[in-house]
Design a binder for this molecule. Sequence first.
Ligand code: ATP
Ligand code: MG
Ligand code: MG
Ligand code: MG
Length: 438
Amino acid sequence: MRLSRYLLPTLKENPADAQIASHRLMLRAGLIRQEAAGIYSWLPAGLRVLRKIEAIVRDEMNRAGALELLMPTLQLADLWRESGRYDAYGPEMLRIKDRHERELLYGPTNEDMITAIFRNNVKSYRALPMNLYHVQWKFRDEQRPRFGVMRGREFLMKDAYSFDLDEAAARRSYQRMFVAYLRTFARMGIRAIPMRAETGPIGGDLSHEFLVLAQTGESAVYCDRAVLDLPIPAADTDYGGDLSGIVRQWTTPYAATEDVHDIERFEREVPAEQRVQTRGIEVGQVFYFGTKYSAPMKALVTTPEGEERPIHGGSYGIGVSRLLGAIIEASHDEAGIVWPDAVAPFNVGIVNLDPSDATIDQVCADLVTGLQAHGLDALHDDTDERAGVKFARMDLIGLPWQIVVGKRGLSRGVVELKRRAGGERLELSPADALAYVL
Ligand code: ATP
Ligand code: MG
Ligand code: MG
Ligand code: MG
């Protein structure tokens, strides 16, 4: 991709109204544009990151046996009356009327709709366990939308829903999602710590929030340092097998959000030097809520004995768009974003120092093609701005690798390869630079 033909509206100055680093950097790096409070357009580079995050989430959901579908953003109010929470949900819900005066809402979550889909299509225990998920825009009319995509009103969420015959089976479904979440966040280059959490308006009695530790996080969190170094389950983890050992390992060290924090227990169980008190960004949450929706909505299945029983459910959310903010909070420096490889908008940035020189342009174009042949994307800065401007912009947008190509280097047969994280530089031939990043 040539930068001269790309839409990347970077800003030199910090936008005045952005209070935290990730919000400032997302605006400065040309990733998003605010359309209204908590409502954003995703510009081309921002959308590339969003899609990469989404792809990792999907991959791990599928690996854990979940089935993707897609529900609409608009829902009938009557569906929510059936589950009994239309009135209870309160002012966060955006309520709409169509031309026939029928009441609709822009979905803040999908337990009710998925329960109706399940109820109409699954009748027997034989189809269980089942887990259905989608990645869809949600709307919550947050009282204080802020920090950019971190607390938006319109935001992208992955939400999965599990259906099981009894509590024991539902807990196994919960464990599969718990393990999938550990893997999902690790693949994005961040550490999200599962912590005991309150269940909120969705209800139920078993829940963990996954939090990225950051001073700018909105929740106070308390944990045992031991939980920060636990091993992430491997890609070949058997989701058909017993996962309770992994979940036990991750839930044994003390880790709780402020809502459920128990100071006495914290001080009793965790030696003073092991205690971590900090803040965190909630990037995901897993709930087990039993028959909360299946009982009122009559989502019943027949048991092996031929009886009918309401299914035991759970729901599992990931804040896909919030993750951009969380990843940047965890990975940036004075100069800009430092994208982890797996989610960077482009893998490599090529800085062309002499764009009017046809030979240099060709070397850059060949690098782009060579990278593409190996599945890596490159952004070729072929603009005619000053070198200093180009270097600063490349650091700001945070691509993992930079390759600087200029007349002076090429006269000696070399380009300069720079790793954004750490800043190490190497002089290599174009071919060796290519081989190095592959
Ligand atoms: P919060 O406590 O931050 O308000 P929540 O607990 O209300 O979040 P959930 O209902 O658990 O959110 O939704 C699942 C995930 O969706 C959250 O873990 C979070 O990552 C994301 N999310 C929730 N609200 C927002 C929002 N306003 N903007 C962006 N992402 C959000
Ligand atoms: Mg909320
Ligand atoms: Mg919450
Ligand atoms: Mg939550």
